[in-house]
Write a protein that binds this ligand. Structure first.
Ligand SMILES: Nc1ncnc2c1ncn2[C@@H]1O[C@H](COP(=O)(O)OP(=O)(O)OP(=O)(O)O)[C@@H](O)[C@H]1O
Ligand SMILES: O=C(O)[C@@H](O)C(=O)CO
Length: 427
């Protein structure tokens, strides 16, 4: 298998979001979970997205894992590697966007890296280096209350500088609007001034097409799905990918079995989606404190509740709660400890539901999805049709439990009726 584009995603929902964008824009794409075992039969593809769970781990660990994935992708022919970060730039002053971006640049022989989380289709735009989420500056958006990495600064040049060794430049919208040559000139000038990375403005897809054109000629970039769109379209325009009708329908051949939703995301969109779903299907609200203090009992109570209902139709089990309740729990038990304990519990519940016959699973939240997919030991996914921007239906490849359909929903993605819409596409 020789691939044209490689990507390392810092979480699993982000990986499926990017794989969806690449597929929609003409690249045959597979999403792997970590580096696949050589025995795993992967389809012939143009792009591979390696999902890692490195968004909120120690920077050294993230750098090491990304480096291993980079070597694997380059070994399969990838000329360009996109480090897929969150469109809301989820990170802290310690990383991991800065350290991983710099490490990937070093592995590729140095140079400056273009960075942009812009993804206009989901309302993420960057102007003068400031990130807007559905029109609100990042630090005024719901991301200010994120359970693991609350975002308190919309100025990404500053945010990135705090987590990088090198200086960070800006490619502003006037350069982007002037086209690829102007962007290339700005990138070269920033590089000559010693910058290790540059935040690029982008408001419309055409800006991302310009950025994709330039970055495709460099070895590394960091960005969200919008940059993936730019890279995919540039590859198609270059003639290196034959234009073909994207065929995702086969990936959603029915798998039968029971259907369940597991939610660990406390993002606004997920809270709204749960409130809507609650009017139409059984929802179990887990007791988050008991997940920390009496997890085995809370898990087995959840499983008894589910077993009694799953035969009749889809069920939802959620740890999700309001920002106030999250901070209250975190102030008593610690942010890291509560997040990880709840992920361990929701992933154990997901695995037990699969053991009891669930074959269709929707998981809400990046960290929550990563923990569940790891627990299920699913090695890779084929990309099916899109449920909502950034969220495709996924079909497992080489899954020890047999074929399953999943949807891994990023916390802030999807419309109010997301859960019903996802389940309607998964039979
Ligand atoms: N009731 C709760 N109290 C405290 N933390 C919680 C609670 N419920 C879930 N969590 C934790 O909050 C974190 C949510 O992160 P996750 O990445 O899953 O969702 P998200 O941030 O909304 O999604 P994304 O990263 O895709 O935007 C997880 O670590 C989860 O375990
Ligand atoms: O880019 C995004 O917003 C998502 O793909 C994501 O990474 C959320 O976890």
């Amino acid at each position: 298998m020789t691939i044209l584009l490689g990507s390392i995603a810092d979480d699993y929902t982000g990986a499926s979001d990017l794989a969806n964008t690449l597929t929609k824009n003409g690249l045959r794409t597979v999403q792997t979970v970590g580096i696949p075992d050589p025995s795993l039969p992967l389809p012939d593809v143009d792009a591979v997205v390696v999902s890692l769970k490195i968004r909120s781990v120690a920077a050294g660990e993230a750098v090491a894992a990304a480096g291993t994935a980079e070597r694997w992708l380059r070994g399969r022919g990838a000329m360009h590697v996109l480090y897929k970060i969150c469109s809301t730039f989820d990170s802290t002053d310690k990383g991991n966007i800065g350290p991983v971006t710099e490490a990937l640049a070093e592995l590729a022989g140095g140079g400056i890296v273009l960075v942009t989380p812009a993804f206009p289709e989901t309302g993420r735009t960057v102007y003068l280096g400031h990130l807007f989420v559905n029109g609100q500056p990042l630090d005024e958006s719901p991301l200010k209350d994120h359970p693991l990495n609350p975002m308190h600064d919309a100025n990404l040049v500053r945010v990135m500088a705090r987590q990088s060794r090198g200086a960070i430049g800006l490619i502003d919208l006037s350069a982007v609007a002037a086209g690829p040559d102007a962007v290339k000139a700005r990138l070269d000038a920033l590089r000559a001034d010693g910058a290790s990375a540059a935040i690029a403005d982008a408001v419309f897809d055409r800006d991302l097409e310009t950025l994709g054109e330039v970055t495709l000629r460099t070895p590394v970039s960091s960005g969200a799905s919008g940059l993936g769109l730019g890279l995919a379209r540039a590859l198609v325009r270059s003639g290196r990918v034959p234009s073909r009708v994207s065929g995702t329908a086969d990936a959603i051949r029915p798998v039968g079995g029971h259907a369940a939703v597991i939610a660990g995301s406390c993002s606004n969109a997920t809270l709204r989606q749960l409130a809507i779903a609650e009017q139409a299907m059984p929802v179990l609200r887990l007791d988050p404190e008991r997940l920390l203090t009496a997890a085995p009992d809370e898990i087995s109570a959840a499983l008894s509740w589910a077993e009694a209902r799953m035969e009749a139709g889809p069920i939802i089990i959620a740890a999700s709660t309001t920002p106030e309740a999250v901070s209250e729990l975190q102030s008593r038990y610690g942010r890291e400890i509560s997040g990880r304990a709840i992920e361990a519990a929701t992933s154990a519940i997901a695995a037990e539901l699969v053991a009891r016959g669930a074959r269709r699973l929707v998981v809400a939240g990046g960290e929550t999805s990563g923990a569940a997919v790891d627990k299920l030991a699913i090695p890779a996914f084929l990309i099916g049709p899109e449920i909502a921007p950034g969220v495709p239906v996924l079909r497992t490849v080489g899954n020890p439990q047999g074929d399953m359909l999943l949807a891994l929903k990023s916390g802030n993605f999807g419309g109010d009726d997301f859960f019903a819409a996802a389940l309607a596409m998964m039979r």
